[in-house]
Structure formats: structure tokens, C-alpha cells
Design a protein around this ligand. Structure first.
Ligand code: ATP
Ligand code: MG
Length: 336
């Protein structure tokens, strides 16, 4: 392995596949059990940017934490780069976590306030790398990490502490830290939602450029459909612990097929979307609440809110149907 400028070597490869199959996660909730992930299915390559969208409480963060193996699912399988990582422990888990990193919503909580940026970055390097490098290259490595995320000149930032930086700068440090271990994939759970609107685009553009330059993939979790479309090649829509639709981002935003996706599009109009009023649901046709996760649901989880609900929706859980190129939806409207 070359140690000269390790963080800036571009990767020319197709990313490792991450495949989640039928993932279930339950938590004790008093005397009941909250069944939060209910058969989630997701496939992505760790060189893509995939956005995971869905309303609050749909299980996005739980899925992110399960991917990071902060939670272990009770059912289902998760493979990364062909290896089953659903229940791995010890060395295999540490190896996996080097390749898959996470960035959290609150960059301040994520950075140790008593450490300088230098220390924070240094501690995130792969074990042994720091000691193996000549002093000159160590400095270069830290400066590169900051320059890559647009914190220049890097020397100004290395000695600073998290509280001396703005929110946007802190989130850039969090991204630099996630990159220092040179992962394949970064799971970014609402990385811009706590930032000022004026800073959000900068962080999204940074993700795009890191994806292009280093082939780093992102699972970008967000409420913001327009931002999801801007940054991602694919969108997965989550409802009540399941992925109910996934496909190419433009396709999802312009031709979302699941009634829930249509609700999301309707609730957050995208100025670039081609208006098609014949297909758009009326806001008043959507009533009801997300399901109570402590109760098992018979049939489709969206039955309580769906304007197109019919008999079958109360009886059977929908399965995926292909509705276009690389576009699939879990809804009985598409049953043949
Ligand atoms: N450890 C836990 N114990 C019990 N219930 C939990 C636990 N973690 C999450 N939940 C419940 O699971 C549901 C999904 O939570 P989660 O944080 O994954 O949603 P989310 O989609 O990330 O929402 P948001 O958009 O608000 O961040 C919520 O109803 C939450 O209360
Ligand atoms: Mg969340």
C-alpha cells in the first residue's frame, strides 16, 4: 500500500453491494413490543448515492443503525461485498465498520468537544496508519482530509476545537472524519437538517464531489425530496418500517407509483417536477395516522391512509412489482 497521499487516490471500481433482505427489528416498549422494521428490503452499490426518504417515525434511523450494526435484526439478512454481516462480531465486525461509516444529524454531538480537530481526525485514521507514516506524511494526511471537505487553509482548522466552528464547518469535519478511514459507504442520517438552509447545498455538493472523486457511496437519509433528487441517483421510500418503493430518483419524483410516495411528492412540491394534475392525489383524500408500531398490521401498512384502499389491502401484505426500469413498488394496485 502506498502511504504517500493515501486519502487522495481515486478509486476506479464498482462499489461493493450492500443487500438487506427482509429485515425486522423490534424493541421492548413497556409491556408491548414496537415492531419498527417490518421486512425492509434494500440493495445498493457502495459507489452510488441512494436517498432514503420517509416521514418521521418510519424507521429510517433504525435502519441506518441496523446497517451500522449498532442494532442486530431479529430476522432477515444483511450482506456487504458478498459477506453475511447480519450477526458478525469481533474482528469481522470491526473490519465491516471500517468500510461502512456513519455521519449523524447533529455534528456537534458527534464531535468530542475536548479534542482539537487534529486529534479528532487523527483518531479516526485506520489503526496503525499514523504510527507507520513518517512525520511529514502525517501532517499531509490531516491537511488533505480537511482540504477534501473544503476547510481551507487546513492549518487554520487543525488547532481549533469544535465549538469554535460553525455548524456547517462542524458537519464538514464530521464528513472528513468519516472519510479518514477511507470507507466504501457512508450512512448519513439527515446530515444537513440541523444546518442553516444557506449551508445545506454546500454539504450536498461536497457529498457529490466526494462520490465522484473517490467513489464513496452514501445512503443519504432525509425528509427533503428535492434535496434527495438533487444528490442521489436512486431513491428508496420508507413507510412503517418497510421500503415501499424504490427506483431512479427522477422517476420516483416524477412518476412515483405508491400512493404514499405520491403523498410525499404532494406534500413537498419539487419545482422541477412536471406537473400532472390528473395523477396527483388531493391533499384532503389523505387522512389518518401512521400505524401504531406496537400493533401487528394485517395487510398493507398504508391501508389506514390510502385513498385507493380495496379489499385485498386488508388481507395480504403487498410484495414488490416492477413498474419500470429498475423501479419497483410494493402496492396491491399493481397486482396482476
Ligand atoms: N430503541 C427504541 N425503543 C423503542 N422504540 C424505538 C426505539 N428506536 C426507535 N423506536 C421507535 O421506532 C420508530 C421509528 O424511529 P426512527 O428513529 O427509526 O424513525 P425515523 O424515520 O428516523 O424518524 P425521524 O425522521 O423523526 O428521524 C419510532 O416510533 C420510534 O419511537
Ligand atoms: Mg431519524
Amino acid at each position: 500500500m502506498s502511504t504517500a497521499k493515501p486519502a487522495s487516490v481515486p478509486r476506479q471500481r464498482l462499489g461493493a453491494p450492500l443487500v438487506l433482505h427482509n429485515i425486522h427489528k423490534r424493541f421492548p416498549l413497556g409491556r408491548e413490543v414496537a415492531h419498527v422494521l417490518r421486512g425492509a428490503e434494500l440493495t445498493m452499490n457502495a459507489s452510488q448515492i441512494v436517498a432514503l426518504v420517509g416521514e418521521s417515525g418510519s424507521g429510517k434511523s433504525t435502519l441506518a443503525r441496523t446497517i451500522m450494526r449498532l442494532y442486530t435484526p431479529e430476522e432477515g439478512t444483511m450482506t456487504f461485498d458478498g459477506q453475511d454481516v447480519t450477526r458478525v462480531q469481533g474482528h469481522a465486525l470491526r473490519e465491516y465498520r471500517k468500510r461502512v461509516q456513519m455521519v449523524f444529524q447533529d455534528p456537534f454531538a458527534a464531535l468530542n468537544p475536548t479534542h482539537s480537530i487534529r486529534t479528532i481526525l487523527k483518531r479516526s485514521l485506520p489503526p496503525g496508519l499514523w504510527a507507520s507514516l513518517p512525520a511529514k506524511h502525517r501532517e499531509e494526511l490531516l491537511r488533505d482530509a480537511l482540504a477534501q471537505v473544503g476547510l481551507t487553509p487546513p492549518d487554520n482548522f487543525l488547532q481549533q476545537f469544535p465549538h469554535e466552528l460553525s455548524g456547517g464547518q462542524r458537519q464538514r469535519v464530521a464528513l472528513a472524519r468519516s472519510l479518514a478511514a477511507r470507507p466504501d459507504l457512508v450512512v448519513a442520517d439527515e446530515p444537513v437538517s440541523m444546518l442553516d438552509v444557506s449551508l445545506r447545498l454546500g454539504v450536498l455538493n461536497l457529498m457529490l464531489s466526494l462520490n465522484e472523486r473517490f467513489g464513496i457511496g452514501y445512503l443519504y437519509i432525509t425528509h427533503d425530496l428535492a434535496g434527495a433528487r438533487y444528490v442521489s441517483s436512486r431513491i428508496a421510500v420508507m413507510y412503517a418500517g418497510e421500503i415501499v418503493e424504490e427506483g431512479p430518483s427522477d422517476d420516483i419524483v416524477e412518476h412515483g407509483q405508491h400512493p404514499y410516495t405520491q403523498l410525499l411528492i404532494h406534500a413537498a412540491p419539487d419545482p422541477e417536477r412536471v406537473a400532472d394534475s390528473s395523477r396527483e392525489p388531493q391533499a384532503e383524500t389523505f387522512t389518518g395516522e401512521p400505524p401504531n408500531l406496537a400493533q401487528e398490521i394485517r395487510g398493507c401498512p398504508f391501508q389506514f391512509r390510502c385513498p385507493h384502499v380495496h379489499d385485498r389491502c386488508y388481507e395480504a401484505i403487498p410484495t414488490f412489482h416492477d413498474v419500470g426500469s429498475d423501479h419497483r413498488v410494493k402496492c396491491h394496485l399493481y397486482d396482476q
